[in-house]
Design a protein around this ligand. Structure first.
Ligand code: ADP
Length: 650
């Protein structure tokens, strides 16, 4: 085993690799960009090296700088994680030339699978079933149209250098072919610098089922069963599970055998995934799966395999890269239970899944699920990298048990401060076709309207948020359980819900546990029934609630976020400890009333921000002198950013 390794990645995968390294006494070196100076993966590592500015091309993609960092810190090997340099054969060669070990396959194996057309040809020759199609060099439009005729419509045009669904076009009928080809080629050239496309039969009702393989340097290859990754949006995986619903032992054997043959054909060493497309229109049949591509690295969704196979794939990677043999034979591998993974993203589902940024003011995960994350409460989701917050992985005895656990785990995943997709994921797990195991890669697209429509904010949730918000006004309480200090006074709280609507709530305490709540001219009764449970009119509701810098969040079956209107004027002063004016939420600077050197008196309006279409005045927390102004008119600011500094008093 190695003594020290460098992890050429960031975020959850860097942290996940380090967890295994620590377990085996392997020292770790992190690399980081300037934007990641305070990131979790840096904090977890034994040593760390800054490799450049935030942009990935100037940091995480700079192979030579990373190799220098490995040499300077005495690391023996480099783990690439996924993405970035993980499938770059030139990088692998440079790592080896520097006398270091790349934790992954050799450059030639990566190259063999790098282009979809060459990979398909190779697989066809190795006897692995490949989707019928044309994978040759001839790119003449008429010739390709002729090929499409022969394959039979519908067909799929794919960029051979493609990834992430780019340069891919479905063509249903011959008339559309030439336009679709031209646009796929343009996109392929722009995205990958290579316009060459292949044509293949479009499988209707396709399922994406992939096989995890592992090889060592001694000629052994095993497979660790399948993962079903059919739940995709725009060809990107959203939910993964293992095993695949409806899988038969005969089909599993056939797919496993094909995947092992694929790996053997390229002398594969390390972790890899052979992706197959399966025609699921009439159940799973051993002659209805075809090779799509091989990913020559650890996959995002590897934890579901670890759960059902009971092994640590990163440990296997480390052992194999240090020359050991595979830790077990095919016969020793068995499937135990069922596992599912959901990818939690900072993204705005209602706005077309737009990546979101912001500070994770509150972040809490259930302790009964495996959570792979690279961020902590208080960390910022920056615009520079993939906005994944975490992967939540559950393991149950049956598919039903895993599904129930996942549903609960999503309810108990509490993230606030940035928009997330947890409600969307919850709805997806609630989808009847998913529960029935009756789905294909089109499920999300077919149900997208239903899955993304905004849900009416329940009055119970507004009432809970208002009571919590009233707590902020009074004594800066942090949990719903601290409400017993409530006074029997009428109090109006104004909230803005996550869709931007403002509501006004009148609260009247009847006892320390009971309130009359008036909203939209209707009176409700709310009674606290112990931690995490309330009675609202006739319903008993499980909900927990937190106050954070961006407002109040209530977590029940879904997550609900509210901005509190009243206390903003003082929040800057409180948060900054007297010397700082801090943006209480993301927004734009509308008015700046002072300049450095100005004297101010406590309560003076210093800066006016606009956020959520409302203006907020930030006032001087004390008398003093403006030392530094850190923003200008019309600047966009993140919540938590320092806007102004007062001169520190002697
Ligand atoms: P990329 O490398 O761009 O991700 P893939 O070849 O891996 O492209 O395909 C991505 C997804 O596109 C698959 O998971 C599947 O959902 C769909 N897909 C690919 N090939 C076909 C096909 N021949 N028929 C139907 N769907 C396909």
């Amino acid at each position: 085993m190695f003594k020290k390794i460098l992890i050429a990645n960031r975020g959850e995968i860097a942290c996940r690799v380090m967890r295994t390294a620590v377990k085996h006494g392997v020292k770790t070196v992190a690399v980081y960009s300037e934007a990641d100076r305070n990131a979790m993966h840096v904090a977890m590592a034994d040593e760390s090296v800054c490799i450049g500015p935030a942009s990935v091309s100037e940091s995480y993609l700079r192979g030579e700088v990373i190799i220098e960092a490995a040499l300077a810190t005495g690391a023996e090997a480099i783990h690439p994680g996924y993405g970035f340099l993980s499938e770059n054969p030139e990088f692998v060669e440079k790592v080896e030339q520097a006398g270091l070990r790349f934790i992954g396959p050799g450059a030639s194996a990566i190259r063999a699978m790098g282009l979809k057309d060459a990979a398909k040809k190779l697989m066809h020759e190795a006897g692995v079933p490949v989707v019928p199609g044309y994978h040759g060099e001839n790119q003449d439009g008429e010739f390709l149209a002729q090929q499409a005729e022969e394959i039979g419509y519908p067909v799929l045009i794919k960029a051979r250098a493609g990834g992430g669904g780019k340069g891919m076009r479905l063509v249903e009928q011959p008339n559309d072919f030439s336009n679709a080809l031209a646009s796929a080629q343009r996109e392929a050239l722009a995205s990958f610098g290579d316009a060459v496309c292949l044509i293949e039969k479009y499988i209707t009702s396709p399922r994406h089922i992939e096989i995890q393989v592992f090889g060592d340097d001694h000629g052994n290859v095993v497979h660790l069963f399948e993962r079903d990754c059919s739940l995709q949006r725009r060809h990107q995986k959203v939910i993964e599970e293992a095993p695949a619903p409806g899988m038969t032992e005969e089909m599993r054997q056939a797919m496993g055998k094909a995947a092992v043959e694929a790996a053997l054909a390229i002398d594969y060493s390390g972790a890899g995934t052979v992706e197959f497309i399966v025609d699921g229109s009439d159940g799973l049949k051993p002659d209805q799966f075809w090779f799509m591509e091989m990913n020559t690295r650890l996959q995002v969704e590897h934890p579901v395999t670890e759960a059902i196979a009971g092994c640590d794939l990163v440990e296997w990677q480390l052992r194999i890269a240090s020359g050991e043999r595979l830790p077990c034979t095919q016969q020793e591998l068995e499937i135990d239970g069922w596992s599912m993974e959901a990818r939690i993203y900072a993204e705005d589902v209602g706005k077309g899944f737009l990546p979101a940024t912001g500070t994770l003011h509150h972040l809490e995960f259930p302790d009964y699920a495996r959570v792979d994350t690279g961020v902590r409460q208080g960390d910022v989701i920056s615009p520079f990298y993939d906005p994944m917050i975490a992967k939540v992985i559950v393991h149950g005895a049956t598919r039903d048990a895993a599904l129930r656990l996942m549903r609960q785990a999503l309810r108990d995943t509490h993230a606030a401060g940035t928009v997330t997709n947890t409600n969307f994921l919850g709805d997806l797990f609630d989808h009847q076709d998913f529960a029935d195991g009756d789905f294909d890669t089109g499920l999300i697209d077919r149900s997208i309207d239903q899955l993304t429509e905004s849900t009416q904010v329940p009055e119970s949730m507004i009432a809970i948020a208002a009571i919590e918000a009233a707590g902020i006004n009074r004594q800066n309480n942090h949990t719903f359980t601290a409400f017993t200090l409530w006074q029997p006074l009428g109090h109006t709280v104004r909230l803005i819900d996550q869709y931007g609507a403002e509501v006004s709530v009148l609260l009247e305490g009847e006892s320390s546990e009971q309130w009359r709540v008036t909203l939209n001219e209707t009176v409700h009764r709310l009674e606290k029934q112990g931690a995490g449970r309330v009675r609202f009119d006739e319903a008993t509701i499980d909900a927990s609630c937190v106050t954070h810098r961006a407002g109040v969040s209530v977590f029940s079956d879904r997550a609900w976020h509210f901005t509190v209107l009243d206390p903003l004027d003082s929040s800057g002063a409180e948060a900054g400890g007297g010397d700082l004016i801090i943006a209480p939420m993301p927004g734009q600077i509308k008015i700046v009333n002072v300049k450095p050197g100005d004297s101010v008196v406590s309560g003076d309006a210093l800066i006016v921000m606009e956020a959520m279409k409302m203006e907020h005045t930030l006032t001087a927390p004390r008398d003093g002198e403006v030392n530094e102004l850190l923003v200008s008119l019309n600047d966009q600011v993140e919540d938590g950013s320092i806007l102004l500094r007062l001169k520190v008093e002697e």
